[in-house]
Design a protein around this ligand. Sequence first.
Ligand code: KG4
Ligand code: ZN
Length: 334
Amino acid sequence: MNPTILAIESSCDETSAAIIKKGKVLNNIIATQSVHENYGGVVPELASRAHQQNIVPVVDEALKSAGVSKNELDAIAFTQGPGLLGALLVASSFAKSLAQGLNIPLIGINHMQAHILAHFIEEPRPKFPFLCLTVSGGHTQIVLVKDYLDMEVIGETQDDAVGEAFDKSAKLMDLPYPGGPLIDKYAQDGNPEAFAFPDSEMQGLNFSFSGIKTAFLYFLRDRKKKDDQFIEKNINDICASLQFSLIRMLMQKLKRASEELGIKEIAIAGGVSANRGLRDELTRLSTTKGWNIYIPDFQYCTDNAGMIAMAAHFKYLKGDFEDLRAVPQPRMKF
Ligand code: KG4
Ligand code: ZN
């Protein structure tokens, strides 16, 4: 079985479509919504409207650039959850209508599972079982991946996601949304030991990022009292130190999971896996810990339909389809 599938993603603020044919992702068209930049976060209502505007052109471009006609499609896949309800509704309604019109199967995809399956788009591919640190704007999880569609969350954040910690800290420094990539950029030229922030004391393999966020708020407030130019003068060192602390918290738990389970196949996925500090630290650990590490290509780190297409391929092979009553699941679990 070598299906040709159209996959659509609209769970947050990227409208994306991709075509997968014979297990190979042919393209990955992404329309990013810049409308949220001035609001310090994604505004759900504006996200839904932008998806409505973008979805037809994005799907059209995916079909055209792959040289695939609608009649050649074997299935339509869409992100079923987790995500923003109004945003998810756009791709799910579109996918259902198209699947019904073409009389082909419909495939519902779990967005977090797809982030992990992005590792199967290109070589090298991780070997089962592997551990995946999935870090995005909505999630921070350590996942034990036993097979393509057999995954278990063994640790996760009890409050904020690490991407949220990046973005909210950036907002405190008046940086536009999403602030994560900007903190990464400023951190490149900063000293990670210039300022110290406390780690959280979470049990087991779980994470907490609300403490560091509050500590960062008070830190900025105190320093600004003494010097109202403090942020401008120290932006590189502040970003490098904050990023260093966040990465240390992530790595502590990842190292622990690897030791407890005796697994040295280690992957990262999700938007925050684009972070250069995180990628460098993982590369360093691959030498000191003897890990085989898997870091996705930049275009497959943040939200994209290429990863939805890859997940859809595996679900198609299993015959795992949705019926036309399928609804979005904003809090979808594995
Ligand atoms: O996976 P994703 O695109 O969307 C969600 O499913 O949430 O992740 C978006 C998150 C945002 O919080 C963004 O700031 C963060 O990923 N991010 C980064 C970087 N690139 C994206 N955080 C730190 N450094 C980056 N280079
Ligand atoms: Zn995501």
